[in-house]
Write a protein that binds this ligand. Structure first.
Ligand code: FAD
Length: 468
């Protein structure tokens, strides 16, 4: 049958990867259709991920800081918390951004088709709208950007409203008295912090022997120390084996070294990771290979095994981060338009926007050790930074890892206030092949937290001065 619509480029999924690809392809002159199941574009990141979580974390840091100030002689009254207003603020941030995106799509004449898209052949996608109506879109090239979804656990009653995933947690339905967070990764820790600062008694349970498994332990340790002192419990090397919904609460069974065998919580947040949506789009009808985990494998041009079909973002693999999706989206659009682009970054920065923030870029020390790379290290403790002492937060650390032969920066890890902003300099240095002298000789403003990267480089060089 004839297609209802035709496009030179069709993009399946309107998250950060998808809209970036669609906009870039349109800017390069292509007729583009962007398919998104929800009425707004922006994907997980804008609607239920990066942005709403950061809006809430901003408020959480203010709550924490005002409390911490008591030790420095300024006491505030107990904060009064209006969840409806907090939620409205968070939603207003989302609406501004998604509204902006809709305008950007219109400006570029990117047609947004709302509905759930599935491949029906190697050159057609059929889109089913909420009312059940379907239309067929035929395309010359396709970019799959259908993202990921939360992982559910079989032994947890996910349909009980007291069991939350990250999307539910961002809704701030209530402040539970006792909250259990299953999973000590970035998303679990960020949401734990929001609820802790609002007054919940938080317990974290994590299978591994530390929080934030991707980061070096010395970089995550200051965060672990702080949350251990604030939260009701942090159980490492422990797991939840069952959750039973009862009238009095959620009865949770544990297995592990230091945890009880059973305890009852008012709410449970399940944050054990995300799984790609590769198996939900009938990719096989287009001949696109999807691996057992649901990921679509691509080369550095973002091309799948079917040459005119590309894939980007969470659906192609780890790390599942918005900035990775965005860069991959640009590459896919540019390759389609005949440009010599490829996704070959020297690293992808990761940030936990916790308090303190934990950030790393390039190789971790664990990775360098595992790969047998010879490296030199400069690790500058923030207890020696005038700026961090003056803001009352001296628990941070800036670590820079250099190639022993070339002295080039291979990786960096930062923990402390604003680490997420500070890591960008390290990422730039890695991309540009900067060595320890380049960084050490770069004059950083004093007193700033940014100086700590310069100091770490000087420590590696052995030329550190005593400037505080
Ligand atoms: P997605 O954002 O998942 O977008 C995919 C889109 O495709 C969705 O809009 C979906 O509705 C649509 N879709 C899927 N299937 C179909 C279909 N068949 N038909 C039509 N539409 C479809 N990353 C960061 O970098 N920084 C952060 O601070 C951060 N915080 C996060 C906090 C939370 C709570 C969560 C859950 C995630 C966070 N992430 C963060 C991860 C980030 O959101 C994702 O990496 C990013 O959104 C991936 O972009 P994407 O374009 O690949 O896919």
């Amino acid at each position: 049958p004839a297609a209802d619509k035709t496009a030179e480029v069709v993009v399946l999924g309107g998250g950060p990867g998808g809209y970036t690809a669609a906009f870039r392809a349109a800017d390069l002159g292509k007729k583009v259709i962007l398919i998104e199941r929800y009425p707004v574009i922006g994907g997980v990141c804008l609607n239920v991920g990066c942005i709403p979580s950061k809006a809430l974390l901003h408020m959480s840091v203010i709550l924490n800081e005002t409390k911490d100030m008591a030790a420095h002689g300024i006491s505030f009254a107990e904060p009064s918390i209006d969840l409806d207003k907090m939620r409205a603020y968070k939603n207003s941030v989302i609406t501004k951004l998604t509204g902006g995106l809709a305008a950007l799509a219109k400006q570029r004449k990117v047609e947004v088709v709302t509905g759930y898209g599935k491949f029906s052949s190697a050159n057609t996608i059929s889109v089913t709208a909420e009312d059940g109506s379907t239309q067929t879109i035929s395309f010359e090239k396709a970019i799959i950007a259908a993202g990921s979804r939360v992982i559910k656990l079989p032994f947890i009653p996910h349909d009980d409203p007291r069991v939350m995933d990250s999307t539910d947690a961002l809704e701030l339905a209530e402040i539970p008295k006792r909250l259990l967070v299953i999973g000590g990764g970035i998303i679990g820790l960020e949401m734990a912090q929001v609820y802790d600062s609002l007054g919940s008694k938080v317990t974290i349970v994590e299978l591994g022997d530390t929080i934030i498994p991707g980061a070096d332990k010395d970089i995550s340790r200051p965060l672990l120390k702080r949350i251990k002192s604030r939260y009701e419990n942090v159980f490492l090397k422990s797991k939840v084996t069952h959750v039973e919904a009862s009238e009095g609460g959620l009865v949770v069974s544990f297995e592990g070294k230091d945890c009880p065998t059973q305890d009852t919580f008012d709410r449970v947040l399940v944050a054990v990771g995300r799984t790609p949506n590769g198996k939900l789009i009938d990719a096989e009808l287009a001949g696109v290979a999807v691996n057992d985990w649901g990921f679509i494998e691509v080369d550095e041009r973002q091309q799948t095994n079917v040459p005119h079909i590309y894939a980007i973002g969470d659906i192609v693999g780890q790390p599942m981060l918005a900035h990775k999706a965005v860069h991959e989206g640009k590459v896919a659009a540019e390759v389609i338009c005949g440009l010599p682009s490829a996704f070959t970054p020297m690293g992808i920065p990761s940030v936990a926007y916790t308090d303190p923030e934990v950030a790393w870029a390039g190789k971790t020390e664990d990775q360098l050790k595992a790969e047998g790379v010879e490296y030199e290290k400069g690790a500058f403790p923030w207890a020696a930074s005038g700026r961090s002492l003056s803001i009352g937060r001296d628990e941070g650390l800036t670590k820079a890892l250099f190639c022993a032969k070339t002295h080039r920066l291979l990786g960096a890890g930062i923990v402390g206030t604003n680490a997420g902003e500070l890591i960008a300099e390290a990422m730039l240095a890695i991309e540009m092949g900067a060595d320890m002298q380049d960084i050490g000789l770069t004059i950083h403003p004093h007193p700033t937290l940014s100086e700590t990267l310069g100091f770490a480089a000087e420590m590696a060089e052995g030329t550190i001065t005593d400037l505080i």
